[in-house]
Design a protein around this ligand. Structure first.
Ligand code: GLU
Length: 308
């Protein structure tokens, strides 16, 4: 018999896995159908593990942040019954943590200043006849690795080690990416002074003690970069699960950039049922709390987590 009436197996599992999950919206607009899928999945995974769930507002990209969108997102989540276990944090207030990480990387020779403009990078790539990567992005040609050559620094980059990074996704299975070949030395602090998503997310996930990252599949190919940063900073690598994307009528993934409509949380159950369907969960009637409880059990079964 165990304390608090919990079966021994579930209790041992809970002790071995102090699960801490998070949802990390960028306040560039309201939640759309795709972001609600990530929010629901991360909440369900945390609850199904008997863990805690946090919300972090990723507003490092100031020019893309919309005033007031953070509070509206928090309200949309609350209406859908997705309430964080601790007060949310805002990345815009965490600059000193990111600076500390950048200083550490720089002092270890893992980060370096870069003087290149986009045009410089284009020209260097053209001179090397190197193509853009599969997303049409420029692979940084490494121009400033050996120094700035007297030019003023603009951005800061991570010195990417050679070789593939292997990682496991709980839905997508084994993954790998050669970051040096496919991405190149990526930006940690932008030329406009903004902290790059890659650095902020790695510092925050570790600082907040996040053990499982559950987010949309469109973010999956950032994972190898984040793992390299975790290793360079001596931080643990969390588990990863990337959820299916919601596609718009044109077959493209929904995003705020391509004008995805905000989720209508005036009808939370309807919004949640649509998100649940994307996750392969059956529809439920109200109230919201009961639907969430039912999905939590179904999530537990589909990911073979112990019942308590
Ligand atoms: N802030 C990112 C977004 O809204 C999510 C980042 C993450 O979950 O790692 O798309």
């Amino acid at each position: 018999m165990s304390v608090a009436g919990a079966p021994r197996g579930a209790q041992a599992f809970a002790m071995a896995t102090p699960y801490l999950g998070r949802f990390a919206p960028s306040p560039s607009g309201l939640l759309h159908a795709g972001s609600l899928v990530a929010a629901l999945a991360s909440w369900l995974d945390a609850r199904a593990h008997g863990g805690r769930w946090l919300v972090r507002i990723e507003d490092v990209d100031r020019p893309r942040s919309v005033a007031g969108a953070d509070q509206l997102i928090l309200r949309q989540l609350t209406t859908c019954g997705l309430v964080p276990d601790e007060p949310p944090v805002w990345q815009s207030q965490r600059g000193p943590l990111y600076q500390e990480a950048l200083d550490r990387l720089t002092s270890q020779g893992r980060a370096y200043p870069c003087a290149c403009s986009r045009k410089d990078i284009e020209q260097a790539l053209a001179a090397q006849s190197r193509p853009r990567n599969r997303h049409g992005e420029r692979v940084y040609p490494g121009t400033c690795r050996a120094g700035l050559g007297g030019r003023p620094p603009r951005a800061w980059r991570f010195r990417t080690p050679p070789g593939p990074v292997h990682w496991h996704d709980r839905r997508l299975g084994p993954q790998q990416q050669d970051v040096e070949q496919e991405v190149g030395d990526f930006v940690l602090r932008r030329a406009d002074g903004m902290w790059a998503y890659q650095l902020a997310v790695v510092v925050d996930d570790a600082d907040q003690g996040i053990t499982q990252v559950v987010r949309g599949e469109d973010l999956a190919d950032n994972t190898a970069r984040q793992i390299l940063l975790q290793r360079a900073l001596g931080l643990p690598t969390p588990g990863y699960l990337h959820t299916p994307l919601v596609l718009g009528a044109n077959g493209e993934k929904l995003s705020k950039q391509n004008g995805a409509a905000a989720v209508d949380t005036a009808q939370p159950l309807r919004a949640l049922n649509s998100a649940a369907e994307v996750l392969g969960l059956p529809p439920h009637g109200g109230p919201v709390a009961l639907a969430l409880a039912a999905w939590q059990l179904q999530w537990r079964d589909s990911y073979n987590l112990p019942r308590d």
